[in-house]
Design a protein around this ligand. Sequence first.
Ligand code: MIC
Ligand code: SF4
Length: 643
Amino acid sequence: MGYTITEKIIAAHIRDGKMERGSEIGIRIDQTLTQDATGTMAYLEFEAMDIPGVKTELSLAYIDHNTLQNGFENADDHRFIKSAAAKYGLFYSRPGNGICHQVHLERFGAPGKTLLGSDSHTPTGGGIGMLAMGAGGLDVAVAMGGGTYYITMPKIINVELQGKLSPLVSAKDIILEVLRILSVKGGVGSVIEYSGEGVKNLSVPERATITNMGAELGATTSVFPSDEITLAFLKAQNRAEVWQELKADEDAVYDKKIIIELDKLQPLAACPHSPDNIKAVRELAGMKVDQVCIGSCTNSSLSDMLKVAAILKGKTIAPNVDLSISPGSRQVLAMLAECGALEDILQSGARLLECACGPCIGMGFSPNSGGVSLRTFNRNFEGRSGTADGQVYLVSPETAAASALTGCFTDPRDIGEIDVLPMPESFKINDNGILAPLPEAEAKSAELVKGPNIKSIPKGEPLPAEYKAEAVLKVGDNITTDHIMPAGAKILPYRSNIPHLSQFCFGVVDTEFPARAQAKGGGFIIGGSNYGQGSSREHAALVPLYLGIKVVIAKSFARIHVANLINAGILPLTFANAEDYDKITQGDELMLENLRDAITNDGKIILKNMNNDAEIPLAAGLSERQKAIILSGGLLEYTKGAN
Ligand code: MIC
Ligand code: SF4
């Protein structure tokens, strides 16, 4: 039986377990990346592990999320991360150099390698044929130290692309179509592997748009073959030497197959407030638009920006629209400037923002009250833009630019043909925005620099023999980590200050939650299905831990978040029968007898609801390794115990 691309990369990196779908496997990680919003925590955790330096082939610390520096907090965090990079042997990408995923694709990604990043959009690297996955900071810290990364051996969903996209229909429309078909839960436990003739018609940045937003499917990652198009991209980046061919064997076995006929696709939009709430742009045509944002790790490549420039050239944006452009990297910005396309963009009335995440994570450029915002980004969760009632639609760069001109939702095919500048044969290469690791002797004497905003990490406790507490919060389906631990300009500067962050926990859902949880000394959280989808931020586990939460019971969990809960020492349990969710009301007193024993010996876990006497069977589904972590009170405690 032949192998899929995913199996080939896993087979070359497996350290623990067997490649049997659904079982836990441990793999070697070649490269890691962090960004600043999750990086401070990751380096504090690396410090706590007491390892002298990174042991990967390549590790990078990017600064791209928190770049506003509206106070000392961000600036101090940048210094801390820079000092950690110097001490532990990492590359450090300065603020302004670009968004981690875009820069990594341009300058470091390599087919066939494994990449682990403390950011859920790390699968962007799948566009260049990497097995690139997002994880919580602690898992990345472990991988930096040479440790094994554990995942469930995924199912593999094959998306076969047939034909060619029509003009002004975009790679973004392909992934929006996949989201329409599979939904935000449809990729959980799976890798999405692309194949077919249509692949040959997509450039690496276009492929990366698709793998990037595979995160919104809940997928472990997404991957494209590595072919002559990948080689051409690497050559243009002066990195042809890292190329290797990668394709699935003819007789590879997939768990599911989806066919997408590219010729038949039309421009699509994800409507508020979920990336799988898809409508055709045609259906929305005419709706008034207040702002348009072009950029983010999904759509900020040179080829995206050249298309935008071609649409805007010689025109002026509508008076009712504000338009922002954030190129994905300094390389993209420099090349836009060189070829004159930047001028075309600016003369249309666009505002140029920094090469950073910016509005995508609510760092500025929030919409007006109730404002309709068209964004080329990947997430439109409620409140994420920084405006609680903002109406965010996710669209392609072509749809965004066309709509900025007309002032209302516009199918870009209605603006007629455009004349896009050709992609250059080679990119402008200048890596001076990236500081290389120090020579070993200098690194040894480097000190970590910590500002007053850096507070200690909350510690988990060993699992108690039994647990009796209140259901301090009950929420519905598809709760995101943006609900659990919101980001945005006001909160993001406190990513290394858990006590301060805790005041904002579940702020979008229930502002009373932090005070209530603290007053009750913690308790249970009850969730619906796909609990914890979205961002990889481990703060969505560490902050509830700080507030005393010991157990989360849900219908089902998202992959990265459930790993973060276990790492933090919070027990995730699922309902054996989903309808039992209805037998718990917020405020009920709940009891788990013989809990420690049941986890240790795979015994029955029965939750007693003291308010209505219901007995509710639950499942833990933990591997032996995960059990040991939970019993010890989290991964840091477990690692200490093992040494
Ligand atoms: C996001 O897109 O939500 C983020 C901000 O990049 C997060 C990481 C974070 O919360 O810092 C992610 O996707 O993992
Ligand atoms: Fe940054 Fe947005 Fe990409 Fe997250 S999704 S890495 S915030 S650009």
